[in-house]
Design a binder for this molecule. Structure first.
Ligand SMILES: CC(=O)N[C@H]1[C@@H](O[C@@H]2[C@H](O)[C@H](O)[C@@H](O)[C@H](O)[C@H]2O)O[C@H](CO)[C@@H](O)[C@@H]1O
Ligand SMILES: [Zn+2]
Length: 303
C-alpha cells in the first residue's frame, strides 16, 4: 500500500469549475489525508456565461475578461478544498475555451467556425507534450479525467480526455522525449462519472418537491441521457459528507458559472447531499481492489 504522504493524485479538467463539480469531495478528502493533489485545468473558461449581472461586461463578446476573472474564482475554490497545486495546461491562456458546441456522442465534427486558438483546434501531440512533463515530474499513482465523450459532449471536455489519456501513454514510454523527464507509468486511471441510481433518487426528490425545471425533461423512471452511467459500470465511489460543505463553498466560488438557485444547488436544497457528497468513478486502467460491497472507496485501493 502506498504510504499516505506518498500518494499523488492528478486531475485533468477542461474549465475552471469542472474540478469542483465532479471531484470536489474527492480532492478535499485526499488533501485532508495528506496526499498530494494536483489539478490541471486546460482552459480559462473564456467563453463561459456570466451569471453575475455586475460582471456581465466580462463576457467574451464584450471585454473578454472572463477567463482572467475565472483564474481568481478557481484559486478561491481551491482554497476551499485545500488544493495548493493547481496549474493551467501549458500556461494560463495558452488554450482558449472552445465554447459550448455540442458533439453527438463525441464525434469530432465541431463546426469550422471554432477559433484557431481554441483548445479543440490544438494539435493533440503539442497539448499532450504540455502534460507529459507534469506527469513525469509528479509521478502520480492515480489520474482522473473524463470519459471519451467528455461526460456530456462539450468539445473541451472531449479534448481534455484525449490529451490526458494520450499524455499518460506517452509519459510511460521510456524512449519517448527523454527531454521531458524520466518515464512514469500511472498505475490507475479513472473517468469521473454520474451514476444512475443516485441521479434517479435525486430526480425523484426534486419532482416530489414540485421542481419540474431542474434537469428539465429528465424523468426519474424514464430513460436518462448518455452522461449518466449505469450502476454496473461504476467501479469506485468516493463518499465524503464531511467534505460536502467545502465542495458547496468551492462551487459558490465559481460564481459566474454556478448560482445557488441553479441545478447544482437545487439538489442540495432538496436532500441532494447524497448526490454531491458521493463521487463515482470508472476504472479504465489498473487492477480493481473492491471492498465487500463490490466497489472501491479509495482511488489508491490496491496500490
Ligand atoms: C460545467 C461546464 O463544463 N461548464 C462550461 C460550459 O458552460 C455552459 C455554457 O456556458 C452554456 O452556454 C450554458 O447554457 C450552460 O448552462 C453552461 O453550463 O461551457 C462554457 C463555454 O465553453 C464553459 O466556459 C463552462 O465552463
Ligand atoms: Zn467544463
Amino acid at each position: 500500500m502506498v504510504e499516505l504522504a506518498e500518494r499523488r493524485l492528478l486531475l485533468v479538467h477542461a474549465h475552471p469549475d469542472d474540478e469542483t463539480i465532479n471531484n470536489g469531495v474527492t480532492m478535499a478528502r485526499y488533501v485532508a489525508e495528506g496526499a498530494h493533489v494536483t489539478l490541471i485545468t486546460c482552459t480559462l473558461g473564456e467563453e463561459g456565461e456570466v451569471l453575475v449581472p455586475e460582471l456581465a461586461h466580462l463576457a467574451a463578446d464584450q471585454t473578454d475578461g472572463l477567463g482572467r476573472h475565472r483564474i481568481g474564482e478557481l484559486a478561491n475554490a481551491m482554497a476551499e478544498l485545500g488544493v495548493t497545486d493547481h496549474r493551467f495546461l501549458g500556461e494560463a491562456g495558452k488554450y482558449r475555451d472552445t465554447g459550448m458546441i455540442y458533439n453527438d456522442e463525441g464525434n469530432a465534427d465541431v463546426p469550422p467556425q471554432t477559433r484557431k486558438d481554441s483548445f479543440w483546434q490544438a494539435d493533440l501531440v503539442d497539448a499532450a507534450n504540455d502534460l507529459v512533463p507534469v506527469i513525469r515530474e509528479l509521478r502520480p499513482q492515480v489520474l482522473v479525467t473524463y470519459d471519451q465523450w467528455g461526460n456530456y459532449g462539450h468539445p473541451d471536455h472531449i479534448k481534455a480526455h484525449r490529451v490526458a489519456m494520450y499524455a499518460a501513454a506517452l509519459a510511460a514510454a521510456r524512449s519517448y522525449r527523454e527531454d521531458l523527464g524520466p518515464a512514469w507509468d500511472i498505475a490507475k486511471i479513472y473517468w469521473t462519472a454520474m451514476a444512475e441510481s443516485p441521479m434517479r433518487e435525486q430526480l425523484r426528490a426534486l419532482r416530489d418537491a414540485g421542481d419540474t425545471t431542474t434537469f428539465e425533461g429528465m424523468d426519474p423512471d424514464g430513460p436518462l441521457p448518455p452522461m449518466i452511467t449505469p450502476d454496473r459500470l461504476i467501479d469506485c465511489v468516493i463518499d465524503g459528507e464531511e467534505f460536502l460543505d467545502r465542495k458547496m463553498n468551492a462551487m459558490k466560488a465559481h460564481a459566474t458559472q454556478i448560482t445557488v438557485d441553479g441545478p447544482f444547488f437545487a439538489l442540495s436544497n432538496n436532500n441532494g447531499n447524497q448526490i454531491w457528497a458521493s463521487e463515482p468513478y470508472r476504472l479504465v486502467k489498473g487492477t480493481p481492489a473492491p471492498d465487500e460491497d463490490g466497489l472501491e472507496h479509495d482511488l489508491f485501493a490496491g496500490l
